[in-house]
Design a protein around this ligand. Sequence first.
Ligand SMILES: *Cc1c(COP(=O)(O)O)cnc(C)c1O
Length: 460
Amino acid sequence: MENLLRQAAERATRYLNGVQTRNVAPTPEALDRLRLFREPMPDGPADPEDVLEMLDTIGSPATTGMAGARFFGFVIGGTLPAALAANWLATAWDQNPGLHLASPVATELEEISLAWLLDVLQLPAECAGSFVTGATVANFTALAAARNAVLRDVGWNVEAKGLFGAPEITVVIGAEGHPSMVKALGMLGLGRERLVRVPVDEQGRMRTDAFPSIQGPAIVCLQAGNVNSGAFDAAREIIPLAKKAGAWVHIDGAFGLWAAVSSRLRHLVDGFADADSWATDAHKWLNVPYDSGLAFVRDGDALRAAMSISAAYLPQGEHREPSNFVPELSRRARGVDVWAALKSLGRSGLASMIERNCDAATQFSAGLQAAGYEVLNDVVLNQVVVSFGSTELNQRIMQGILADGTCWCGVTHWQGRSAIRISVSSWRTTPDDVERSLEAIIRIATEKGATPGSGTKYPA
Ligand SMILES: *Cc1c(COP(=O)(O)O)cnc(C)c1O
């Protein structure tokens, strides 16, 4: 065991050093070698050291360099050293944090992390919290609490009776709500197609003047950080409208909520703390390993009623029982790496990581515009949406970027236009990484036939 784990640490260290200099996207040769994994189910055992060697030799080169400094796809963070190391140790612990009795240490670290998170994210200290896989399930979990509460208020117990025959719930969401929100609402029986979609402005923000009049049980979903533009809905204006109508307000803040940790960016989350529930990711901007998402719910009773394992909903005992706050019973001890990340960064380190990523986005935007290319969004956070022209051209440029290997960016659609999206979310990214990536992107765009200066800058 000892030798094996030492080898794993050595291989991982070598990997993390190498990921900074190798192609960010795996090469076609590395992907081709994945076929070596394809073999019939082995009849007998293999030496664990050989298993590890095979995994490293074939698997490591075929990875996408998400742990490196120049991966800018999909709002994917890296992993902080303390979070990675804590994750290894916690995996060795093999704790099941379903019940306090089963793993006091894992449940304590969850509770402590929860209090710290509410503090740094400037959310109400009384919130209950859930450690789940990601923002999709965090949205699902918080919205299950919302569904419980708005029906409870009209005398319907949805956990006991289900939705058949229940009073209808009006669900309001912006036209630019994240697709995972729509999925979560669908899984809750609230219907992907019966949502009231509110028109948005040119940054993807819900238009306050288009906010519908609502009656009866209602859930209003706002967004802190649009996945393309990084824009924030006008919480200060919209939450009072929703509250006046008696609605539950839920915030999808998968990465945007983290703006609260910086005095420079905090104005972006102005008013969001007045909501009833929030979902965010730790595997995005807190830079902990996959998977790690968080839900926070002001009305902890509603969350427990929705997630409690026992049909008879029990009052909270002496200890917080984690499985009463999440869809799962057994799961990994996610509180451990969240705790390690927060402990190692402190308030100042956390703020500095978020601000450095936002500065890098500004640097990208300035560099691309200086080269004559069109940035489609107001760069208020860590997201840059740049268009080089047609869908076909952006696609070709994206393929060229992946083949070149300096950095990694994906294509997107924004306001009816094809574009390339750059999202800076890793603690590792430096101004030098941005310069190198800009050089590569602009060089490849020119090679693929983009014409600098042909586009109008936003705003036109
Ligand atoms: C990434 C993202 C999600 C989904 O998060 P997962 O962790 O992938 O489940 C939801 N909403 C927004 C705004 C996001 O950026």
